[in-house]
Design a binder for this molecule. Structure first.
Ligand code: PEP
Ligand code: MG
Length: 826
């Protein structure tokens, strides 16, 4: 085993690139990248870093390189939260990330212990050598005498003989050798030489005409010599064993590192050997092949198929493709006369088809299927076992016929027929589900799942989900995050995975490994179990409230269903900062009436007991299409009539919902909040709507409780920059950082390619948050934050430091955030 290495960067690509480079020189070292915010964006992720640290840790320690300051903060937090015995052997190294990682990797590959690896990384610093001090020291024998470590470019290389360190003493032995490989001592050969000499106590330097000698253990310094085939290099060492080590090194240089017959890639200078068969790119490829040949297996999820990260967490289990709807229905409790059953069936078909009429192309195709008279005719021909049974029998028959077609396009319609048919069943009072206990312990694969299905999957014990489709902000994803179910979306191989194949799914970096080596599965399982244990520990502590710098703050949950509410309680939520009511209408066949809305809310509020809850009124439009309303992409898109704008244009909807909320609030502590507010006038109109709804309940003599407070979401930059102007009309504001970041950058939040523009820690967001919180403080407006950023421990702390009083997040995030506040918020 060797010391491991973790590279933390704000960019996933940077971290992976550094790891790729370093691993070419250290094939048996565990090198793990922890780049990006875990959801495809720029930033750092506590979860990613913690996981990477566990993965890199063989027990011999881990050296951690990082790029920018806030990466340090997140890394420190990850260390703080690890078991102290474990954290002790994980060291953050101040060093340039590329040079440091390479030097550390080489030192680890050479069998160096943690302190040697850390020292190698530190010494690799270009600038670190500029003071002529410790950096680049030749080694034990030379002490601090030899600042030959390269410095910035040739900075350390123009020194005179006195800088040449112990290796250049009077008793020095030298060898002069000609470089034969076209690219000279580039990274891989340099690493090979460094490995060769690192096990020996004898320091060796290498020099080329016109440049000062550099320590052969310093890979980057050797690379900076810029040697090419035909160059003569001088190797120098002194003391016992010098002859032997120089012979070895000289031999390695002469042998050409297996590259002697390869052309240099185009654009690279060099006079060395040519090979007609080799193409310019071959040299690069051979470097990789040479470096990785014989490397031991390790968890290398980057070699697996990448999808898009959706919900963090590691899942290990057999693959289970979510099947079709079931073939058989439960026997009906009562079968009416044929005429009665016929009417029930025909009504159900009409209602189901009408619901689908205004929908997208797929919905309209489903409506057309339902209206196909041959289907209904066949079903009503035999109603002896009731409308539902006969309907489903004919639906299956049609679907099976289609599925048997040789024409793929026709066969693919079978699933549509079943789905459309199932809609009719619901109107006949029969619920069908494709999820049962067979998902228990499995990583589930499907094209798409609905939000309600995610809840079912969790309840049935699925450990992870990979979807062929999906979008990072789809409600199914939001629900998965809330419930802590690891999920990868846009996974391209969803149809290629054999049932029962072992799957390792990493929801944080969006990778799915199918049937990886048994060793990798075992290690991934250990990691997943360690994560589960840690989560359980943190959950236990999370029931306690927390203070931030002596002020009590709320760590609340974002919920949208009863399952979320249960998860909120289980994870120690102090309250609910955002109850998304869209989820209560999205899966419905008809828009719910007041009583239904009240009942749905009551069910959720009863789970939450006396915790304070902020209910957000319907946020239709944008990324939240509500197919039972006339919400269209043309009129109700991100910049259209969405959120409160839609409700003010449909006052009856708002009135009904506000009445339902007030009726459900009896015995609970409920506030209301409007989404997507732009102007003070809109906020004022919302307050008036709340007052009117309460007044109507009073005059109707209906039992209710008026909202404790009336607030708005701040998601539109115009509102964020004028918060103080809302002081007289709102009791609080809650920052929706998801939409705020999207509107600030003019970037569609559902477009994965634009994820880097949605960084909640961008300087634009910081400035807006600073302005917003300052203005709010000046007018005494309490500020909460309920966008995703609130669930990142580091960002949550930065929000609390700005005076925010409540951070609200996916329930599964609460334990880690509370833990961070407890530790760092003193
Ligand atoms: C937000 O925009 O940050 C927010 C919390 O609302 P939603 O994600 O539901 O749009
Ligand atoms: Mg929003």
């Amino acid at each position: 085993m060797s010391v491991g290495l973790v590279v933390v960067s704000h960019s996933a690509q940077v971290a992976e690139g550094v790891v790729e480079l370093a691993s070419q020189m250290a094939p048996s070292v565990r090198l793990v990248a922890a780049g990006g915010d875990g959801s495809g964006g720029v930033g750092t992720s506590f979860d990613l870093i913690s996981t990477a640290l566990d993965e890199a840790d063989t027990g011999d320690g881990v050296a951690i390189l990082y790029d920018l300051g806030s990466a340090l903060l997140t890394t420190e937090m990850a260390l703080e939260m690890a078991d102290p015995d474990v954290a002790e052997r994980r060291v953050i190294v101040e060093a340039p990330v590329v040079e440091g990682a390479i030097a550390a990797a080489v030192a680890a590959e050479g069998g160096g212990g943690l302190s040697a690896v850390v020292a190698a990384a530190r010494e690799a610093g270009g600038d670190a050598g500029a003071d002529g001090g410790g950096a680049g020291a030749v080694g034990a024998a030379g002490g601090d005498a030899g600042a030959v470590g390269g410095g910035a470019g040739a900075g350390g290389a123009d020194a005179d003989g006195s800088e040449r360190g112990a290796a250049a003493g009077p008793a020095a032995t030298t060898r002069t050798v000609e470089i034969v490989n076209p690219l000279g001592l580039h990274a891989r050969p340099a690493a090979e030489l460094a490995r060769l000499v690192s096990s020996s106590a004898v320091p060796v330097t290498v020099s080329v005409e016109g440049k000062s000698p550099v320590d052969l253990r310093s890979v980057m310094s050797v690379v900076r010599l810029g040697t090419r085939a035909g160059d003569q290099v001088t190797l120098e060492a002194s003391g016992d064993g010098a002859e032997a080590v120089l012979d070895q090194v000289a031999e390695a240089v002469r042998a050409g590192f297996g590259e002697a017959g390869i052309d240099a890639p185009s654009g690279v200078g060099g006079t060395g050997g040519t090979n007609d068969k080799a193409s310019p790119g071959d040299a690069e490829r051979s470097l990789v092949a040479g470096a990785t040949a014989g490397a031991p297996t390790r968890i290398d999820l980057s070699a697996t198929t990448a999808g898009t990260p959706a919900s963090p967490g590691l899942a290990v289990g057999p693959a289970h493709r979510l099947g079709d709807l079931p073939d058989d229905l439960p026997a009906p409790s009562r079968v009416g006369e044929p005429a009665e059953e016929r009417e029930r069936l025909s009504d159900a078909v009409d209602v189901a088809a009408a619901e689908l009429d205004g929908g997208d192309d797929l919905a309209q195709a489903h409506a057309a299927i339902l209206r196909d008279p041959s289907l209904l005719d066949a079903a009503v021909a035999d109603l002896s076992d009731g409308a539902a049974q006969s309907w489903w029998r004919e639906v299956r028959r049609l679907a099976d016929d289609l599925a048997a077609s040789d024409d793929e396009v026709v066969a693919a319609r079978a699933i549509d027929v079943r789905e459309a048919g199932a809609r009719v069943l619901r109107h006949l009072g029969v619920e069908v589900s494709r999820i049962d206990e067979s998902v228990s312990g499995a990583v589930v694969l499907a094209d798409e799942v609905g939000p309600a299905e995610v809840t079912e999957l969790v309840e049935q014990g699925a450990v992870g989900v990979a979807l062929g489709g999906g979008s990072p902000t789809a409600h199914a994803v939001v629900v998965a995050r809330g419930l802590g179910l690891p999920m990868v979306i846009r996974f391209p191989r969803v149809d290629d995975v054999d049932e029962g194949a072992q799957v390792v799914l990493d929801g944080a970096d969006g990778t799915v490994a199918i049937d990886p080596p048994a060793d990798d599965v075992r290690r991934a399982r250990e990691r997943a179990e360690a994560q589960d244990r840690r989560t359980a520990e943190l959950r236990e502590q999370a029931v306690e409230p927390v203070d931030f710098q002596g002020r009590s703050v709320l760590v609340a949950a974002n919920v949208g269903s009863v399952a979320d509410a249960r998860a909120a309680v289980a994870n120690g939520a102090d309250g609910v900062g955002l109850l998304r009511t869209e989820l209560l209408v999205l899966d419905r066949e008809t828009y719910p009436d007041e009583d239904t809305q009240r009942d749905d809310l009551t069910e959720i509020l009863d789970v939450l007991g006396d915790r304070p809850v902020v209910v957000r009124v319907l946020d239709a439009g944008g990324d939240k299409p509500v197919r039972t309303l006339d919400v269209t992409p043309e009129h109700n898109g991100f910049l259209g009539i969405r959120g409160l704008r839609y409700l003010l244009a449909h006052p009856e909807l708002l009135h009904t919902q506000l009445r339902a909320i007030a009726r459900a609030s009896v015995g609970h502590r409920v506030s209301v909040m409007a989404p997507m507010v732009t102007t003070v006038e809109e906020a004022q109109a919302f307050r008036e709507a709340v007052e009117a709804a309460v007044a109507s309940l009073v005059s109707d003599g209906v039992e209710h409780a008026a909202p404790e407070a009336v607030g708005i979401m701040v998601e539109v930059p115009a509102a964020a920059l004028t918060v103080e102007e809302f002081a007289d009309v709102v009791d609080f504001v809650s920052v929706g950082s998801n939409d705020l970041a999207a509107y600030l950058s003019a970037a569609d939040r559902t477009e994965p390619d634009l994820a880097p523009l949605l960084d909640p820690d961008s300087s634009a967001m910081k400035r807006v948050l600073d302005a917003l919180t300052e203005q709010a403080a000046s007018r005494g407006i309490p500020v909460a934050v309920c966008g995703e950023m609130a669930g990142d421990p580091g960002l949550a702390m930065s929000l609390l430091a700005r005076g925010v009083w409540e951070v609200s997040m996916a329930p599964a995030r609460i334990p880690a955030v509370k833990d961070a506040i407890r530790r760092y918020g003193r």
